[in-house]
Design a protein around this ligand. Structure first.
Ligand code: SAM
Ligand code: SF4
Ligand code: SF4
Length: 341
């Protein structure tokens, strides 16, 4: 798509705005321990009322503004994006925005089987699925749901059949919980030609009781994986890529390591986040965001929105993960399920 009058904007650390994560809902049908622990997100948890959520037209209008500021990639996330109805309609609208080159989604895959083909046809370019274990019992403990692992695996199969290849599989590792899933997940991904990416458990939000001792460092995962399947590093596919990428020397598949804790990548972070209620966050660890929905529903023109959003980005100084590595801990901060991971 052609870009319409781009006004690229740099933040205070000279980082451009290139990627936008849009959370379409704060709800989820899972209760992963590291993200939405059931004791904090139980039956009495007040999720956002429907009227509070940005509707598809509002999201699309905002994406159009973001594209004018330099965004080329949009990722739909949540909560679980597929609990929101008619997602293929939103995908089609976002994919048609001038300047948007890539529309992706991150999902737990449990609701994917009946939707994968429609999402593909609507213009979804890439799909990332989250899968932390291949052990059915451990899955029940980690995701804390009655939905069986088999339903997730069926969703993943449907995604491959719909043409999402290579599929990216994200696994969050937690010490003492699923580190011995590294090898089975690598074998599973290699067998299907997927990209397997291991993510360090992060201290997002305040409800997951994060403890640094539970992080399995990317370097440890690399040593474990390459002991069985030798790898070599790959060049980043684009500036600011968060995963360190490796190629298996036998040519079968690819490994990614996202070392958010041990290898912070703030200097190349070009990502903004829009919550389901239209708040703009410039960092995953920010305490609060800028209310864009208020402007939108208050009748702001496109130019006013452009000025407001561009102004927020231009003032950005965030580099939380770097500061964490130096022992700094600014709290409170928003929850991952609210912000969109
Ligand atoms: N529900 C969808 C899913 O799970 O794929 C999308 C939203 S989820 C918040 C996005 C990603 O964030 C998932 O891959 C999840 O594993 C990851 N995530 C959630 N909490 C995390 C944490 N504390 N540390 C690292 N990754 C986390
Ligand atoms: Fe839901 Fe995704 Fe969070 Fe798990 S990681 S609770 S699937 S939003
Ligand atoms: Fe970007 Fe904030 Fe994460 Fe650093 S900590 S990489 S600035 S989101």
């Amino acid at each position: 798509m052609d870009r319409v009058s781009p006004v690229p904007v740099l933040d205070r650390l000279a980082r451009p705005l290139r990627d936008l994560r849009v959370s379409v809902t704060d709800r989820c049908n899972f209760r992963c321990r590291y993200c939405m622990p059931r004791e904090r997100f139980g039956a009495d948890h007040a999720f956002l009322p429907r009227a509070e959520l940005l509707d598809f037209d509002e999201i699309t209008r905002l994406v159009t503004i973001f594209a004018r500021l330099g965004v080329v990639k949009v990722r739909l996330t949540g909560g679980e994006p597929l609990v929101r109805r008619d997602l293929p309609t939103l995908v089609a609208a976002v994919a048609a925005v001038p300047g948007i080159e890539d529309v992706a989604m991150t999902t737990n895959a449990s609701l994917l089987a009946p939707l994968a083909a429609d999402l593909r046809a609507a213009g979804l370019s890439r799909l990332t699925v989250s899968l932390d274990t291949l052990d059915p019992q451990r899955f029940t403990t980690v995701a804390d749901v009655a939905i069986p692992l088999a339903q997730v695996l069926a969703g993943i199969d449907a995604a491959r059949s719909a043409g999402f290849r290579p599929l990216k599989i994200n696994a969050v590792l937690k010490r003492g919980v699923n580190e011995d899933d590294v090898e089975p997940l690598v074998e599973y991904a290699r067998e299907h030609g997927d990209v397997i990416r291991f993510i360090e458990y992060m201290d997002v939000g305040t409800t997951n009781g994060w403890n640094g001792a539970e992080v399995v460092p990317a370097a440890e995962v690399l040593a474990r994986v390459s002991a069985r399947h030798p790898v070599e590093p790959l060049e980043p596919t684009y500036p600011g890529e968060v995963a360190a990428r490796y190629r298996f020397l036998d040519g079968q598949g690819e490994l990614g390591l996202i070392g958010s804790v041990t290898r912070p990548f703030c200097r190349s972070c070009t990502r903004a986040r829009l919550t389901a209620v239209g708040e703009l966050y410039t960092c995953l660890f920010a305490a609060r965001g800028r209310d864009v929905r208020g402007l939108l529903r208050g009748g702001a023109t496109d130019e006013q929105l452009l000025q407001a959003i561009g102004g927020v980005w231009a003032a950005r100084t965030d580099r939380y993960s770097e500061l964490r590595a130096q022992g700094h801990d600014p709290s409170p901060r928003a929850e991952m399920s609210y912000l969109g991971g």
